[in-house]
Design a protein around this ligand. Structure first.
Ligand SMILES: C[S@@+](CC[C@H](N)C(=O)[O-])C[C@H]1O[C@@H](n2cnc3c(N)ncnc32)[C@H](O)[C@@H]1O
Length: 264
């Protein structure tokens, strides 16, 4: 499962004020700095604490999930090939909101050089143990520690789903644009709301108590935000959920290329 809590019974749908929480977070780079996020964004702090708690259960659930997701494997493989054609066999990518690192590890298996970044120190600790050949850092995608133009590719698989304010989404898109080289490739995966953009609150995930919000996106809106941040949309895949493999939400995958720098 990669997304909203498995159990619908404890899910309380609730709309979150679109501009209620601003983009935030220090250029956090390690667990100690992460405490700064609490001051800047209470809700990112709740997401961090929640994923720290659910890390082991989440890993049990998703570590081998790509075996059962042929379209995801095909898309990730095509993504790697496009990067490699332009930037070489060991192109540098960031896996933003990497969780246990299994998606980045799939790409590393195809030859890419992968650094995972995640808000949750527990996730990062486990990712380091699971995939010791890869690099993992604690941080927030709304204020990445990486230098401008650090990456040739950046993926965000089911992680921007926790950016519940529009301001946070825009901050992340700016950071993705800033840390990618010109021509760099962005690949985002999200859940889709049945009736457009909606945010839901969860207090339970995989049998573990959590306290965090999940955003189910409107694909057109997210695509517009990606383009507004300075990307050219190259592909959009919408797919139904795989039965018995994942949460039963429709999904969108957006592939976009960094174009010119945005005037701020
Ligand atoms: C649903 S999991 C997805 C993990 C992995 N990408 C996957 O596909 O299974 C969401 C992950 O995003 C991380 N996350 C949430 N908000 C984040 C933020 N602002 N910056 C970095 N990571 C974040 C969480 O800690 C969690 O590990």
């Amino acid at each position: 499962m990669t997304g909203p809590a498995e159990s619908d019974k404890d899910r309380k749908a609730q709309r979150v004020d679109a501009d209620g929480e601003g983009a935030s977070g220090p250029r956090a780079h390690d667990a100690a700095n992460i405490t700064g996020i609490e001051a800047a964004s209470g809700h990112q702090s709740r997401v961090r604490v929640s994923y720290d708690a659910v890390a082991d259960a989440y890993i049990d659930r998703v570590l081998h999930e790509l075996r059962h997701k042929p379209l995801d494997r095909a898309l990730l493989t095509a993504y790697a090939e496009q990067l490699q054609e332009r930037f070489g066999a060991r192109a540098f990518i960031c896996d933003a909101g990497c969780g246990p690192g299994h998606v980045g590890a799939f790409l590393a298996g195809l030859g890419l050089s992968v650094t995972g970044v995640d808000l949750s120190p527990a996730m990062v600790a486990r990712a380091r143990m699971l995939f010791p050949a890869l690099t993992f850092e604690v941080g927030t995608m709304t204020a990445l520690a990486a230098a401008d133009g650090r990456w040739e590719g950046l993926i965000a698989f089911y992680s921007v789903i926790h950016l519940t304010s529009d301001a946070e989404v825009r901050a992340a898109m700016r950071e993705f644009h800033r840390t990618l080289v010109d021509g760099g490739l962005l690949l985002i995966a999200v859940h889709l709301g049945e009736h457009g953009d909606v945010t839901e609150h969860s207090e339970e995930m995989l049998g573990v108590g959590v306290d965090m919000d999940f955003r189910l996106f409107d694909a057109d809106w997210l695509a517009q935000e990606v383009v507004a941040a300075g990307f050219t949309l190259e592909a959009r895949l919408l797919r139904a959920p795989y039965p018995d493999v994942e949460v039963q939400t429709n999904r969108a995958y957006l592939l976009a290329r960094r174009t010119a720098a945005v005037e701020t």
